[in-house]
Design a binder for this molecule. Structure first.
Ligand SMILES: Nc1ncnc2c1ncn2[C@@H]1O[C@H](COP(=O)(O)OP(=O)(O)OP(=O)(O)O)[C@@H](O)[C@H]1O
Length: 916
């Protein structure tokens, strides 16, 4: 049925029920896919994914079947491998490497339901399958097609299928059989297999095309859309990178960081800039340029599907794992040593079980701009919309599966609590921060746990991480070879098979297996779990990778979803490493603040480094970190970032031909301001404000990524920077010219106004769908135009003149003219002035506005003048108290004369126009 579903057959008709032939087919497919071993993931999982984003809840059903079938297959394998009465030994199987008949018959069974004589293994599998059928499990699972979603999934299906088949062609029978044996005997999959995994992993979605016709395919990593031209990181010449910055919405983030000592202007071309200077780190987030282009909804669907898939797989893995453990005759010492971990694992397992053990509901939550598909248990989700529909409850049957001894274990207290999928957190009112986590943090604030030493020696077993190619400038590259770990599927750790000959194995396989042997000491599967300060977090999928880190979606023992940011320190220069530790410091400082992403827990495995940063005595500024060290940060989980929300919004607008909803804009703009207000009040300048750094968490936007943030020293208003930093499209003139001298010979410094400029760029992008300097494609073109005080930013006319005014207030070239956050929060766009009563209005203003009722700009200026005259305090920051000082009095007068001048100019122009 899974196969039928995946191949698009209509399984809703009675004819599509699983007769024996089809069951056999299914078995063969399962066997083949287990055999093929695409890493720790079978093709079936992929099929389940493909189903899951085409059908609302078929994934649950297919998932259940997949799990069940897998357990059966494993059972069959075991039976086959251990039963001497069976007529084919493993040696035979290995000998089958060259057995083309076997291969052919295998193929025959998988491509049609015609029965060629199946090999013994398949017969055994078939027998096992039938035995299970007899238990009455199968009939309870009646997958049916429920809801068919849009075209996107259809269009992506062929990609997935063809990929899957291509994979199957690429793997030799010998490898498949050997890998199968390895898997059945608890050897871990080979690294070559990993690569296959990686290639199959995220279903490639859609093919949106940007203005240049560049095909963009978004992968499952949210926020990491990739361009078909593969312009990632600093390895790509800048000239080619910048060329992709085209059209609306694509001009976004290019993060640059380069040393000021470099006289950038002396470089003739972008290429020089990138390749010529050691200190010159040009972080062209070329992929992120396309960020706004990628289809957020697709991504969400897929990420949702992936997380479902991950859950299914993990659940399955637990069952098999626990099963094998309970059946195992291991020395009790080993059992003992696993107890701690098993205790930690149990809640995960129960969570996953409970998900499948209850009716599940799949629904879309949140507004149109950020619709997310989510899997919830309706029992605990009373707030779901009426459109929610329930899927079938058959999955309960799976609980009575093979591992009853394990499943019978009582649920812990935490298991009885409502379990929420990540997105449902937005509906529930429980604290996102488990008190235990916070408590533990407080206990050892800035301290280090006992486990750190051991973790330092090989934390989480991430020994196979691909090397970081470059520093922070290599967005995406550092992890490009990595595996999306939600496919973790290596079956069963079971010693009873350890003596089996495995035949010749590729050296990579051996390496991987050795690595896993060493990680097995940890008593948890490092492919499935992260351990931070002794607490396990199960991986649910990779969210994305930034310039310096990879971020995973994880679930904690108390079944809360978090994001786990992992930063590899080895090979980085110390300055960068200190920067990472500083991010932790800032996040600590910002704990409990509403609009800042919350740091739940963290661990720096290099104790010395953290100590140095925390104490402010940074010694080794120039060297590179040699030791294997990682930083782990457990963060609140964000559902979608503003960049994707904007992309979706603009797609909706383009489709509907509607104009921007000002209330939508007001709502999110206010949230952005509140977030930045929080950090500015803490004397922190973010320096990298951009839509991608605002995450939606339970309906509020929260600020993330303090990687290049800086604290303002107490006696100044500016930060000291040795390098220019930021993301090109959002960088202020001061950020471009940082540390140079201005016309008056004053050194240009960055401060809070620099963040305000970035906010202006974000607002501009929210209003027009592109950033203000998007027409300037190359770094130098941008540099020139942004640093030119006479450059006029183009503003297309808007129906609301306040909005225009607001953008101009943020994008004033002169940083002293830019409004500060408190003023912006009071700007008439957010707080429309209450029209003054006729008799309260200044006579002069009244007369003037009466004569130009048809000119909205003049009217707006009149209102502001009026407001300034009648309510001058609204023009001042909330920090100021009465009586105002001379400085503020002067600035009010300056504001008034400026408004008068603008009004005079406006009226003169419209007078001229009317004469013409
Ligand atoms: N708390 C979170 N919840 C969900 N997703 C997150 C969270 N934190 C980060 N991400 C996602 O992970 C990816 C990388 O995150 P982040 O920007 O923090 O990494 P980074 O290494 O600092 O990147 P860069 O320096 O290039 O901006 C982004 O796609 C981001 O949206």
């Amino acid at each position: 049925l899974i196969t039928a579903e995946a191949e698009g057959a209509d399984t809703s008709t009675p004819s599509a029920t699983a007769d024996e032939d089809r069951a056999y087919d299914l078995c063969a497919k399962l066997a083949e896919n287990n055999n093929k071993i695409t890493g720790r993931k079978g093709c079936l999982i992929e099929l389940a994914i493909s189903s899951s984003y085409r059908f609302d809840d078929i994934a649950i059903v297919t998932g259940a079947i997949t799990m069940m079938a897998r357990v059966m297959i494993v059972g069959a394998w075991r039976q086959y491998a251990s039963d001497p009465s069976m007529d084919r030994s493993e040696a035979d199987l290995q000998a089958d490497n060259s057995d083309s008949n076997f291969h052919q018959s295998f193929n025959a069974t998988t491509t049609s339901s015609s029965s060629s004589s199946p090999p013994d293994f398949l017969r055994n599998v078939q027998a096992a399958f039938k035995r299970h059928l007899a238990t009455g499990m199968m009939p309870q699972l009646k997958p049916r097609r429920l809801v068919v979603r849009g075209e996107t999934a259809k269009s992506s299906d062929p990609v997935i299928h063809s990929k899957t088949r291509a994979e199957s062609r690429n793997v030799s029978l010998g490898e498949r059989v050997q890998d199968s044996i390895l898997r059945a005997k608890n050897m871990t999959p080979s690294s070559s297999v990993h690569h296959e995994d990686a290639s199959i992993t995220p279903p490639t979605i859609s093919g949106t095309t940007n203005d240049e016709g560049v095909s963009i395919s978004s992968n499952a990593e949210r926020g990491q859309p990739s361009s078909g031209i593969g312009c990632t990181g600093s390895d790509t010449p800048a000239s080619s990178l910048v060329e992709h910055e085209h059209g609306p919405l694509v001009d976004g983030p290019k993060k640059v960081q380069f040393a000021l000592q470099t006289n950038a202007r002396t470089h003739g071309s972008d290429d020089h800039m990138v390749s010529g200077t050691d200190n010159l780190l040009t972080h062209m987030d070329s992929l992120a340029l396309t960020e706004m282009e990628c289809d957020g909804s697709n991504q969400l669907d897929v990420s949702s599907a992936l997380s479902q898939d991950a859950r299914l797989q993990n659940f399955q893995k637990f069952d098999v794992d626990l099963c094998s453990q309970t059946n195992d005759e291991r020395p009790s010492s080993h059992l003992k040593s696993t107890i701690g971990v098993q205790d930690q694992i149990k809640p995960f397992r129960n969570f996953l079980q409970s998900d499948f053990g209850h009716n599940m509901t799949q629904s879309s939550v949140v507004g149109s701009s950020c619709a997310t598909t989510t899997l919830v248990n309706p029992e605990y989700a009373p707030m779901l919309s009426p459109s929610t529909h329930c899927s079938r409850p058959e999955h309960q049957s799976f609980q009575a599966g093979e591992c009853s001894n394990v499943q019978d274990q009582p649920m812990t207290q935490v298991d009885k609590e409502p379990k929420y999928n990540s997105n449902i957190l937005s509906d529930c009112h429980r604290s996102p921060i488990p008190s235990a986590a916070v408590g533990s943090h407080l206990e050892k604030k800035h301290g280090l746990s006992k486990d750190q030493q051991s973790q330092e020696e090989g934390h989480c077993g991430m020994t196979n991480d691909p090397p970081f190619v470059a520093d922070r400038s290599t967005k995406g590259d550092a992890f490009s070879g990595d595996i999306t770990d939600i496919q973790s599927q290596a079956p069963i750790t079971d010693d009873q098979f350890s003596n089996v000959k495995t035949g010749p194995i590729k050296s990579e396989k051996k390496k991987k297996s050795d690595a896993n042997k060493s990680t097995s000491k940890r008593n948890y599967d490092p492919d499935l779990f992260f351990k931070v300060n002794g607490k396990l977090y199960q991986r649910l999928g990779k969210i994305g990778s930034g310039g310096s880190s990879e971020v995973h979606k994880v679930i904690s023992q108390d079944c809360t979803i978090y994001a786990l940011k992992k930063i590899k320190l080895k090979g980085r220069d110390y300055a960068t490493a200190y920067g990472f530790c500083q991010e932790i410091e800032y996040l600590n400082k910002l704990r409990g603040k509403d609009h800042i992403i919350q740091l739940i827990d963290y661990e720096v495995t290099d104790k010395g480094l953290l100590k140095e940063v925390m104490s402010g005595c940074v010694n080794n500024k120039d060297g590179k970190v040699k030791d294997d060290g990682y930083i782990y940060m457990v963060l609140e989980y964000g559902e979608i970032d503003l960049a994707h929300m904007l992309s979706q919004k603009w797609k909706e607008l383009d489709k509907s031909k509607l104009t921007l909803d000002e209330n939508w804009l007001r709502f999110y703009w206010q949230q952005i301001l509140l977030a930045v207000k929080t950090i500015h009040e803490e004397r922190i300048v973010h320096s990298d404000l951009k839509p991608a750094n605002f995450l939606l968490v339970r309906g509020s936007l929260k600020l993330i990524d303090f990687g290049i943030a800086k604290a303002i020293m107490s006696d100044t208003t500016n930060i000291q920077r040795e390098s220019q930093v930021g993301t090109l499209s959002y960088m202020s003139p001061e950020a471009f010219m940082c540390n140079e001298t201005d016309a008056q010979g004053i050194t240009i410094k960055c401060g809070r106004p620099s963040d305000i400029w970035s906010l202006g760029c974000i607002l501009y992008q929210m209003v027009y769908g592109r950033t203000p300097f998007s027409d300037y494609k190359t770094f130098w073109a941008k540099f020139k135009v942004v640093t030119d005080p006479d450059h006029q930013i183009p503003y297309e006319p808007l129906s609301n003149p306040w909005l225009l005014d607001l953008m101009k207030k943020c994008l004033a070239w002169d940083r002293n003219q830019r409004w500060r956050i408190p003023q912006l929060l009071q700007h008439p766009f957010l707080v429309p002035p209450v029209p003054l009563l006729e008799d309260k209005r200044g006579k002069l203003i009244h007369l003037v506005s009466e004569s130009f009722t048809e000119n909205p700009k003049a009217l707006m200026l009149c209102t502001r003048l009026d407001q300034l005259l009648n309510d001058p305090l609204s023009y001042m920051t909330t920090e100021e108290s009465m009586p105002i000082g001379r400085k503020h009095a002067l600035s009010l007068l300056y504001e008034m004369s400026k408004l008068c001048g603008q009004l005079k100019e406006e009226l003169a122009t419209s007078e001229l126009d009317s004469k013409r």
